[in-house]
Design a protein around this ligand. Structure first.
Ligand code: FMN
Length: 187
């Protein structure tokens, strides 16, 4: 699409990944991108665990749900955690911790795409188990585990995932999510 950043246009949640290692400088740039994200009153509520050695990767592999079989060979996982009191909590349920972690994760993703990598956030993990394995305190939310890898082929993917790998992006029609000048959505 004309005018969109290449990284925005080309990012997809691909599953065909390689187990080849991520270079240290690349990992560092991706994490720097995450920490440069904006946050309410600059509270920086994100807490990231970088899982890139055999022991930590094994823990993540053990904690992934079955549908995320394809992610197990990723050389690098980033676990993102936060809790509400690390960020602004304003009236009308405006709790910004998860919002700001989302911004940091998006920043991380675009840097990873810029580096030519596959980056795929996941919600499909056993949260209590992973929190225990990584000593994440009870009052934190482990909101996502992100698989980061060099692109690979689709030979080990299920038929469904093979198809998704090559499918067109699907999104709601614009009028379902964008209104001009006033609220026009269902209540
Ligand atoms: C918070 C979040 C959780 C997700 N969890 C999973 C997951 O557990 N497993 C998976 O294969 N994809 C997961 N995805 C990827 C989404 O399915 C994918 O982003 C969505 O279908 C849109 O496709 P696209 O990213 O290629 O545009 C997740 C994405 C997000 C943002």
């Amino acid at each position: 699409m004309n005018g969109l950043l290449k990284e925005i246009e080309s990012r997809r949640a691909f599953r065909g990944i390689s187990d080849s290692p991520i270079e240290a400088e690349v990992q560092d740039r991706i994490l720097t991108a995450a920490t440069y994200a904006p946050s309410c009153s600059n509270k920086q509520p994100w807490r990231f665990i970088v899982a890139n050695n055999d022991d930590a990767r094994q823990k993540v592999q053990d904690g992934l749900l079955g549908g995320n079989y394809w992610a197990k060979k990723a050389p690098l996982f980033v676990l993102a955690a936060t809790k509400p009191d690390l960020d602004c909590n304003l009236k009308e349920n405006r709790e910004y911790a998860l919002f700001d972690v989302g911004q940091a994760v998006m920043s991380l993703q675009y840097q990873a795409v810029h580096e030519g990598l596959v980056v795929h956030p996941m919600a499909g993990f056993k949260d209590e188990e992973l929190k225990k394995l990584f000593n994440i305190p009870d009052d934190y939310v482990l909101i996502t585990v992100i698989a980061i890898a060099h692109p690979g082929d689709d030979t080990e993917l299920s038929d469904k995932h093979k198809e998704l790998e090559h499918s067109a992006r699907t999104r709601f029609a614009r009028e379902q999510v964008i209104a001009l000048n006033q609220w026009k959505f269902e209540k």
